[in-house]
Design a protein around this ligand. Structure first.
Ligand SMILES: *[C@@H]1O[C@H](CO)[C@@H](O)[C@H](O)[C@H]1NC(C)=O
Ligand SMILES: *[C@@H]1O[C@H](CO)[C@@H](O)[C@H](O)[C@H]1NC(C)=O
Ligand SMILES: CC(=O)N[C@H]1CO[C@H](CO)[C@@H](O)[C@@H]1O
Length: 401
């Protein structure tokens, strides 16, 4: 019986110890925040808070050129020192708070000037982390998705490269109170990083760097600290080459086949070239629908228009061939009628002068009809491919270099 009471006492004491221990650690954190006013910035009345910033690109979504923007999911990491949050502990000890705890602590109010829309991720809890070190250093990390505007230069579309500036700026505090800076190169925080193995649907990351030069922006409300991250994107051209350049080249080549078809075979030649023209028009519309709507010429427009001109020229060539063969037919008929006149004249010499004028007229026709239709086709077989090749050389030299 006594033994049992002893055992109960020991268990009770143990439980009490465990509970008080947990109570003390809990009291420790709440002590830290007792009298803490999260409305006031650290070092109130003192020097400005230095906020070290780091961006880690977690995902980069389809850039819809039409709206001139891109959507990205990033980790925005900021670090500053809040002397009010100092506590005793080993240097590597940390207190970590999640979204609910973060609301109890001052965090720098930042914004993205180019933001069109954005949202925090709330699964399973809001993706925010706050870590407090014994010396009062606070590390804040938030993950969110944001749609940012980017003025793209599209003259060389789809062979273009874009530089998009991602900007972060202090909203509330002027440079007297808050200064933003990129994480230094030797810091644990990487100033600008990107998730490994990330793949973009339309672009590849060519290069990215934090711009450490410019730091303040002047407004009527004061001077505010801001940061710029330069993202260089290169468009993936393979899709465009396979879906636009190869088919249109083939259509242009098909239109040349008409030069090998007998000019007298009108339905075959006309329908071949017309079909090429119509297919090209349809393709042009398809590409136009996908491409950004801008006022000036894009490289893709130059290409498609030129292909259209080449096919149109093949149609014009056939019109010329047809016209000349018609003239030749007329001339032959004239010659036949002349022969008949001739026979008539030999019987009646008085109309000789009329005969001379009609002969000189037929000679004029002869000059026009000197070019034989087969010869036009023959030269076209050589001239068209060579012109197209020369055009290609210039086009790719201009847009790829
Ligand atoms: C923390 O620091 C102490 C000594 O300062 C060291 O013994 C310990 O391994 C460190 N812990 C971690 C997780 O780095
Ligand atoms: C902002 O900066 C400019 C130039 O650095 C300075 O002339 C101006 O007084 C500043 N304005 C404020 C409100 O600090
Ligand atoms: C109830 C409770 O939170 N118990 C914890 C008390 O603290 C110890 C470590 O100090 C934990 O192991 C317990 O789970």
């Amino acid at each position: 019986m006594v033994y049992n009471v002893y055992l109960l006492l020991v268990i009770l004491l143990y439980c009490d110890a465990v509970l008080t221990e947990n109570a003390t650690t809990r009291r420790g954190i709440s002590d830290l925040l007792t009298g803490y006013d999260k409305i006031l910035r650290p070092n109130m009345e003192g020097p400005p808070v230095i906020v070290t910033t780091s961006i880690h690109i977690n995902n980069f979504y389809s850039s819809t050129d039409k709206g001139m923007d891109y959507t990205t999911t990033i980790f925005l990491r900021t670090r500053w020192n809040d002397p009010r949050l100092q506590y005793n502990g080993a240097p590597n000890h940390t207190i970590t708070l999640h979204s609910d705890g973060v609301k109890e602590v001052w965090v720098p109010p930042l914004f993205f000037p180019d933001e069109k829309s954005g949202h925090f991720h709330k699964l399973t809890t809001e993706n925010i982390l706050l870590r407090i070190y014994p010396d009062g250093t606070v590390l804040h990390s938030a993950r969110f998705t944001i749609k940012l505007g980017c003025m793209m230069k599209l003259e060389r579309y789809p062979m273009d490269e874009q530089t998009c500036n991602m900007e972060i700026e202090s909203f509330t505090y002027t440079t007297d109170d808050l200064i933003l800076q990129w994480a230094p190169e030797d810091d644990d925080l990487e100033a600008l990083g990107v998730q490994e193995g990330i793949s973009l649907p339309q672009f590849t990351f060519k290069d990215m760097e934090p711009d450490r030069s410019r730091t303040t922006r002047h407004y009527a409300t004061g001077n505010f600290s801001y940061l710029i991250a330069k993202l260089r994107l290169r468009r993936q051209q393979e899709i465009f080459i396979m879906s636009a350049y190869v088919p249109s080249t083939l259509i242009v080549i098909v239109s040349w086949f008409s030069f090998w078809i007998n000019p007298n075979c009108e339905p075959a030649r006309v329908s071949l070239v017309m079909m090429a023209l119509l297919t090209l028009c349809t393709q042009m519309n398809g590409i136009q629908a996908k491409a950004p709507n801008i006022a000036h010429m894009k490289a893709s427009d130059v290409w498609m228009s030129s292909c259209l001109v080449f096919v149109f020229a093949a149609l014009v060539e056939y019109a010329a061939v047809n016209f000349i063969s018609l003239k030749i037919k007329m001339q032959n008929q004239n010659e036949q009628s002349l022969e008949m006149v001739n026979r008539a004249v030999s019987k009646n010499p008085s109309t000789e002068s009329d005969f001379e004028t009609s002969v000189s007229k037929s000679n004029q026709y002869d000059v026009i009809c000197h070019v034989r239709p087969q010869r036009i086709d023959y030269y076209s077989r050589i001239v068209f491919p060579i012109t197209f090749m020369v055009f290609n050389v210039f086009y790719w030299l201009i847009y790829l270099c």
